[in-house]
Design a protein. Structure first.
Length: 60
């Protein structure tokens, strides 16, 4: 039972990390925060965060 709960938290955190790849904290930030704080908090963090700013390329 405990192994199933740990696996659910790990894979949930992995999915949240992928959802947060194009956000401010990136994959690793959301992955570790959802591992430490539970995936429910990780979903909330992803949903309220801003997208990464786009880098404008200057013409040469």
């Amino acid at each position: 039972m405990i192994i199933q709960i740990v696996a659910l938290i790990f894979f949930g955190s992995l999915i949240i990390g992928f959802l947060g790849m194009n956000r401010k904290m990136g994959f690793w930030g959301y992955f570790f925060s959802s591992l430490l704080l539970t995936p429910i908090i990780g979903i909330l963090l992803v949903s309220v965060s801003d997208p990464k700013p786009r880098v404008k390329e200057e013409p040469k």
